[in-house]
Design a protein around this ligand. Structure first.
Ligand code: FEO
Length: 391
């Protein structure tokens, strides 16, 4: 994509991945992504992260175009979409030093086999002078690995945040021009990657509040030349506030669970509760993750397969449990033919959640009026619980 200036002395040298549709062989990328890398030029030049190994050639072409002798490679995060091209950069600049924290150094040595004598380790708050500019390193663990950190260019008030505040969005725009275009990709990114680390993220946001920041340059998606739209969005997402919403991932084999789901959707809507159903045979799990950012309640609906839940419902429960959303209430509805432990197994799968489990609704065979009434009772309960927390 070529070299693009952020400021007079700082350049984007990364790569846009227009075609990537899946991340970690798991997460759908409907808007593609980018792997941003930046060069801070000065008497000594520093490269901020690299790119995914599939795009190494673009990074190297950009470095050749920029024609800056790289003396430092700052590694904010060991995951390969940012670190994977470090060995190739070291081949071109064999005298360069990889600057990172001790945890990241260990991971880079283990995962990329970078020699130990290539590294310089830095502590939280340490600085490195490039000549006229000073890099300050800020530890920021658990966004989203234990070794993550930021770099602040003091004189330019530019903060490099790697994954933090990023978005899976391929765009020709260097800077965010319209937050509405970035909001959903950023929320999707938060939901899938950052949500389990809500508490750590809160403290990092507080740290940012105490700094003078003109530009936030993440390693995915466009750059923010006004930080508040993205930091304000994050503050809302990491807050404890939930919305009057029910997320309803479901799967049905022969229609019994589907009829329960349809009735339940209607019952919730009649109580002015927003409901977000996801048919697990076709759902984009990124959309499901995004809906979990705000919802007060999650209800999983499943038939019984052999003795337990449908595997797609197991997958949904595992995902919800792993993402650890801030929802307050949960339940299970579904059907069975002759027995099984569908409800117990799904409930057990969501033990990471700090929720109150509401009485499940389980039907033998196809639902009748009696079971539809039980769904009404569950909807009433959700309505009351939401009112109790004033949503
Ligand atoms: Fe974009 Fe955690 O890597």
């Amino acid at each position: 994509m070529g070299v693009r200036p952020l400021t007079e002395d700082i350049f984007q040298v990364g790569s846009i991945d227009w075609d990537r549709t899946l991340f970690d062989e798991l997460i759908p990328l409907p808007d593609g992504t980018s792997y941003n890398a930046y060069v801070v030029t000065d008497e000594r030049c520093a490269l901020m992260d690299t790119v995914d190994p599939t795009k190494t050639h673009e990074l190297l072409a950009n470095l050749t175009e920029l024609d800056a002798e790289i003396e430092y490679i700052i590694a904010h995060h060991a995951e390969q979409d940012h670190s994977g091209s470090i060995p190739a950069v070291l081949d071109i600049y064999p005298e360069a030093t990889v600057v990172t924290n001790p945890k990241c150094k260990t991971l880079l040595m283990e995962m990329l086999h970078i020699p130990e004598d290539t590294f310089m380790t830095v502590g939280d708050g340490d600085t490195l002078s490039l000549g006229e500019k000073t890099l300050e390193f800020i530890y920021a663990p658990w966004v989203h690995w234990p070794e993550t950190m930021f770099t602040y260019v003091k004189e330019e008030q530019v903060l490099f945040t790697c994954d933090f505040l990023g978005s899976h969005l391929a765009t020709s725009q260097l800077f965010v021009e319209d937050m509405e275009e970035v909001y959903n990709p950023a929320k999707r990114y938060y939901a899938e990657i950052m949500m389990p680390f809500r508490t750590s993220i809160r403290s990092h946001l507080e740290k940012l509040d105490s700094m003078e920041i003109t530009i936030i340059a993440p390693s995915h998606g466009p750059v923010y030349d006004t930080p508040s739209p993205i930091t304000d969005a994050y503050k809302e997402w990491v807050s404890d506030a939930v919305k009057n919403e029910v997320v309803l991932p479901f799967v049905s084999m022969h229609g019994s669970t589907r009829d329960m789901v349809d009735y339940f959707i209607d019952a919730l809507m009649r109580r002015d509760i927003t409901v977000k159903p996801f048919n697990l045979t076709t759902a984009d799990i990124g959309e499901l993750a995004m809906s979990l950012v705000d919802a007060a309640t999650v209800v999983i609906a499943s038939p019984t397969v052999l003795t337990g839940p449908h595997p797609r419902a197991v997958y949904a429960a595992y995902l919800v449990n792993a993402l650890r959303p801030k929802c307050r209430f949960a339940s299970v509805i579904g059907s069975f033919g002759w027995g099984g432990k569908m409800v117990e197994m799904l409930t057990q799968s969501m033990q990471n959640l700090h929720v109150e489990f509401l009485e499940p609704v389980l039907v033998k065979g196809h639902p009748t009026e009696k079971e539809f009434k039980m769904l009404d009772i569950l909807a009433d309960q959700i309505y009351k619980k939401h009112k109790d927390i004033t949503i």
